[in-house]
Design a protein around this ligand. Structure first.
Ligand code: ATP
Length: 255
């Protein structure tokens, strides 16, 4: 049987040691099957970013395991792409957009293939015309598209995103959410997105993992039974959308 793309078992994380240490995650378990999308929500300080960092291998959890395609992870595994909230700090201002997107391929492929893959990723995020520009010449939403292209350039099987659209305006945010749905439809990439936004959590995912307050555990795993393709107006009018949203809101506010 094919293992889940992501399996998290008994994950706990404590920052520091001794009296001044802080238990951020008490115990978290979940699985994500290939080609599925999951959102992670929870009250502020619940440990969402900590959890995502454990999934990327950037933090080694103090307990439990994270497995990617059946293998326990240590460090960022090949096959995972990551997008952070703060695009302005994650892009290199001295490199053109094309070179930023190519960056994860350095040392691997030949130059022509790197260019081709970067151009393909830029086309996927609708930025083919910006290849020669520099990040600081682009709007915030465009910079975040570049960050997404850079995460996609390695053709990851799993895309992890931490509050990816928290720093852009509402219209740009809606456009970027739709971009994520398009990427998923076109590439079958599995997705985990951490968000503060309950609407976004429902709109983007097949499952919403609701964390309790810190130190966190999983309060509920809510299935989202909304049809694809989704759209910002029609989907958000559906009764299933409104009910799921209300359920998650109640869960978070009962913490
Ligand atoms: N490097 C660190 N050292 C010590 N404590 C930390 C560290 N990073 C986070 N914490 C603490 O761990 C807890 C969880 O933080 P985390 O950022 O993961 O939560 P979050 O759910 O992402 O928060 P928010 O929704 O406000 O972004 C918080 O109490 C935070 O203060």
């Amino acid at each position: 049987m094919t293992p889940p793309i992501l399996a998290v078992e008994g994950l706990e994380h404590r920052y520091g040691t001794g009296e001044r240490s802080h238990q951020a995650i008490a115990s978290v378990d979940f699985e994500l099957q290939a080609a599925q999308a999951m959102s992670i929500v929870g009250p502020s300080g619940a440990g969402k970013t900590t959890l995502l960092r454990c999934l990327t291998g950037l933090i080694t959890p103090t307990g439990g395991t994270v497995s990617f395609e059946g293998e326990a992870i240590r460090g960022i595994p090949n096959g995972i792409g990551v997008v952070f909230q703060d695009y302005s700090r994650s892009l290199f201002p001295w490199l053109s957009v094309l070179r930023n997107v190519e960056f994860p391929l350095r040392g691997g492929l030949g130059r022509a293939e790197r260019h081709e893959r970067a151009r393909e990723a830029l086309s996927m995020v609708g930025l083919s015309d910006a290849a020669r520009k520099y990040p600081w010449q682009l709007s915030g939403g465009m910079q975040q598209r570049v960050a997404i292209a850079r995460a996609l350039v390695t053709r990851p099987r799993l895309l992890l995103m931490d509050e990816p659209f928290a720093s852009v305006d509402a219209q740009t945010r809606a456009d970027l959410e739709d971009l994520v749905l398009t990427i998923r439809a076109e590439t079958d990439t599995s997705i985990v997105v951490v968000t503060h936004d309950i609407d976004e959590s429902v709109y983007l995912a097949d499952t919403v993992l609701v964390l309790s307050g810190s130190p966190s555990h999983v309060m509920a795993t809510v299935a989202v039974h909304l049809p694809y393709p989704r759209d910002q107006v029609g989907t958000k009018r559906l009764e299933e959308y409104l009910d799921t949203r209300a359920k998650i809101y109640d869960l978070i506010h009962s913490c």
